[in-house]
Design a protein. Structure first.
Ligand SMILES: Cc1ncc(COP(=O)(O)O)c(C=O)c1O
Ligand SMILES: Cc1ncc(COP(=O)(O)O)c(C=O)c1O
Lengths: 150, 417, 417, 150
């Protein structure tokens, strides 16, 4: 098993895949969106509760995806908890930078999300890691149409 | 000689070692491992004879076809038409003029949908499409249904991936105009009983359109014995170049159909008062065709016939049996598509591990397989999986290739432990 | 260096000797003579870099694109998409997603006719088509006119083969929906003022569809400066392989158009309840594309840009002048197409001698030219000839090639005495 | 000028091209047909006068074609003069054999038509030489639609 693979499928990532956090539907979400990746069949829903300042008070996801997608969704829900939608957007920006360049952009604190740096070595998997975030963005914008990574 | 012990008498086994040397790409290392290519159902690799034929065409004979009096144009035309004749022989069509050059199976089926079906279908007419079809044998029918008011209805498949012939019978009626069916399913490996289906279709006055994309590299094809009306296949699935394939259709239909595209070479005369069409096959071949691709495809037909389609089918069958047995040893592995009549396609899922993760990991071991819906989303839905892993077998694969896959899958299992 | 003395300062002349060595086929002897290839307007020859790129693709990277996680598929996809970006740069399109892979110009125009025009045209709507169009920019419009009740009207050309812009203006009206015009005429060499035409078309709310098949190898193309709506060209006319080309279209149109063909890769989701389409460019690219062809075409774009389109245009222009002068020395020769704005196409007839006879005889001298109607029958009618002889010039031609042609024509004259 | 070319463009053929025999319309033909070769733009019309036994009493042609086509038409009109339609058909059969194999079939006396043997070396020109004959056949069968060699 080579080093790149070990970095991609780190224990933390596999753990989030096996036991995804904030998984399952919210009863009365303020916003929600569906995203899917037609290439591999990943399909997830992200649901949000917001306070009057557009601060995320709760976020859940449901659906089915590969390990990278599920772990990314799970860790995303932890990272954006209590953040404003704008802050979440910035976090996505930094995360995306990390996935495509492998560099931690520094402007935002990615925290545990840095564990996804290994995705860079697997360009076709970038979409798996970003799908939850694209879906979160769509939910924030209250888009009805399912969004797709294609 | 890499003889497979169980070869029946009379059919000499393929010499896989030797065949492998015919394919330059198989010499490649991927991630430090000898490449094991198990993705021939997506596209085959090309033997040197095919690659050389393309190069030789461009270096020695390259010209536009048909309309030139000069030497090169005559040579290019001769090569182009020779491949058409080889294609005719490959599917045993009655007439070479019935073989229409297309980009591939997808274009062929769209041609039939637009030129045969669109002018004929009326609201309420029905197009039966099996649930195991590739998108290219579903979406063209949905498009023409929307254009005409016809309806597309699925024919069910059994739990092992066999077509439900009772459901076919139940759905056939005078409203049925088209039955669209794959000769071999690319996601399940199932071989469909085309002759039977075509007969049933004909009994209600419907035509049978066969997607032969996955049959072409595995089986001797005889469109006259099959009794279908159209047969489509892609060159790149039979060891030929990309961008070239054939549609066979019965002359009576082709003659009666309007052109598919307008342009050069498909006309008899053009004027602003009106234009008239050329006879078959030109009527359906507007514009400069893929002549270089045709040169390569001719070599591919020769290569395949040189090996013998009965031997290829035999090899495929034996390897499928071995592969099925080996895969079932893998913990948590579920085969999707276990019909008694199958070609060498092994579609499966592993409990708790997404196909996409499997694809990434086995690729690191130099094993090229395909993961996803294989352009057959209704099949995924039917079997309740988001995607599958698919290993597809061909002439240059052997038991060692399957062992490498199984080994790699064991690694996946350990990693996800 | 084969410097042409009259090169303007600033533009270095092409080194034709060296260029010729790039083309393996030009080493061929035909009927015992060094081949003089003057049929590039039908199809160009391919330089080694293109032939090698195709071979390299098949030997090193061959796989199906887009849907694979394995290494080869990723490499194939990267090559395929890199060529799309090169095509974008080649025509200076704003966005790479607006570049649609097609088989060639013919397919591109049929795509626009069926996907843009067919759903929009109403009885009485008008499609203006210049009299100098290639059949591939006439017949697709006739087909869609028949389907919709729209009318195709010709725009006249002057006696020297220049488009009659007054006639364009006279025919433009609110009924005009489409103006279909070639950037360069393949039978006359005329360069049309696309920017002007597109502006006039837009003023009545019509779109402009440009057939760029003959411009692509000769001129720098800038679709944004031209202001047209669609631009089509073929890879095999720009030193690339056969079976691959591009349609550029404005995103606003492409987004609004229904798919061209149905099948794999152009969908977002497929079910028997209905399917949804992928975004650009995939929506218009159903099925396995000509990936090997795309690999070669990428190398062709590099080759052409390496030489520089301004230098190519300059070379073309000078050779055209020389060729025109030399041909006019031939007794009884009449040039068809003498517009002041032309590319290197020399179409002519010889008094009392049919073009077909000329073609046969000069071929024996190793000179490859085209004879016939050049898929432009309305041009033949316009100039009252059954056919013409056409010599077309490109980067590997020089004055000696033209001298060989003229010499051979003198032989024809002597024979027919 | 090579030998094959000299054989193709023999003096007799060039002469028939320059001065085609039986050229120009008949005033009241019994039968007629139009044939064309879209490849090179050849287009000719063949007109027949027949007696009660289907014997050709007069045959003319009009139109425009390459040297091979025109000469073939001209020489055809001479060869079929006073022949029955069946005999003309046999002549065409033999002529076709000559063009494609280069051999005089022997069964019928081709006469001057043998001069076209050189066409065999130029397969794309076979259609030029046979167009008049196809058109004659169409006229004999009274076909209205223009026939085409394509
Ligand atoms: C002006 C023009 N338009 C269109 C075409 C058709 O291109 P293609 O045959 O590659 O589709 C050609 C070439 O044959 C051409 O010269
Ligand atoms: C069963 C089946 N049908 C149709 C196709 C489409 O063929 P192509 O992509 O060559 O048009 C494929 C291959 O992708 C296939 O496997």
């Amino acid at each position: 098993m080579d080093a790149d693979l070990r970095e991609l499928y780190q224990q933390v990532i596999l753990d989030h895949h096996r036991k995804p956090r904030n998984f399952g539907p919210l009863t009365a979400p303020d916003r929600a969106a569906v995203g899917f990746n037609p290439l591999c069949g990943d399909r997830i829903q992200v649901q949000l509760m917001l306070d009057e300042n557009d601060r995320i008070t709760d976020v859940h996801f449901t659906g089915e995806g590969c390990a990278i997608c599920t772990a990314s969704a799970s860790m995303m829900t932890e990272s954006v908890q209590s953040k404003t939608l704008d802050e979440a957007k910035q976090l996505f920006h930094g995360f995306h930078e990390l996935l495509t360049t492998g560099d931690d952009p520094g402007e935002v604190d990615l925290g545990k999300l840095s564990l996804f740096a290994g995705v860079r070595e697997f360009p076709v998997r970038v979409k798996c890691a970003t799908l939850p975030w694209h879906t979160l963005t769509a939910a924030a914008e209250n888009r009805e149409e399912p969004i797709s990574t294609e | 000689m890499n003889a497979t012990p169980s070869s029946p008498p009379g059919i000499a086994p393929l010499d896989v070692e030797r065949i492998r040397r015919d394919f330059p790409l198989l010499k490649r290392q991927v991630n430090g491992h000898r490449l094991v290519y198990l993705d021939s159902a997506a596209t085959t690799q090309r033997p040197s004879v095919v690659i050389d034929a393309v190069r030789d065409f461009y270096e020695q004979h390259n010209a536009n076809v048909h309309r030139g009096v000069h030497q090169l144009s005559q040579e290019a035309t001769a090569i182009f038409e020779a491949t058409r004749e080889k294609a005719r022989a490959f599917v045993n069509a009655p007439e070479v003029a019935e073989m229409i050059y297309v980009r591939g199976t997808t274009e062929a089926i769209n041609l039939v949908a637009q030129s045969w079906a669109r002018p004929r279908l009326k609201p309420g007419d029905e197009i039966l499409v099996t649930t195991m079809e590739h998108h290219s044998n579903i979406v063209p029918w949905q498009l023409v249904a929307e254009q005409t008011g016809a309806v597309v209805r699925p024919i069910a498949i059994d739990d092992d991936g066999t077509l439900d012939l009772d459901d076919l019978d139940a759905r056939l009626s005078e409203r049925t105009r088209v039955v669209a069916v794959g000769h071999v399913s690319n996601s399940l490996g199932t071989v469909n009983p085309i002759a039977h289906i075509a007969k049933r279709a004909r009994s209600v006055g419907a035509i049978t359109v066969v997607d032969g994309a996955q049959a072409a590299p595995h089986y001797p094809i005889d469109v006259q014995a099959l009794g279908c009306d159209f047969y489509a296949f892609s060159g790149h699935k039979v060891f030929g170049p990309t961008g070239v394939g054939f549609l066979w259709g019965r002359r009576e239909w082709l003659d009666a159909m309007p052109p598919w595209m307008g342009g050069g070479d498909m006309i008899n005369s053009v004027s602003f008062q009106g234009s008239t069409w050329a006879p078959l096959p030109s009527k359906f071949e507007a514009g400069t065709p893929n002549v270089g691709g045709a040169a390569g495809l001719g070599a591919a037909f020769d290569y395949v016939s040189g090996l013998g389609l009965d031997r290829i089918a035999q090899h495929d069958h034996e390897l499928l049996q071995y592969g099925t047995a080996r895969l079932l040893e893998v913990d948590g592995l579920r085969l999707i598509g276990t019909s008694p009549k199958k070609t060498g396609i092994l579609s499966f899922v592993l409990a708790g591990i997404h196909p996409h993760d499997i694809g990434t990991i086995v690729d690191r071991d130099g094993v090229a397989i395909r993961t996803g819906h294989h352009c057959a989303q209704p099949v995924m839905e039917r079997f309740g999986v988001p995607a599958t892993v698919r290993a597809s077998l061909t002439i240059h694969n052997d038991r060692a290739d399957i062992d490498r896959l199984v080994e790699s899958l064991e690694g996946v299992r350990r990693m996800f432990g």
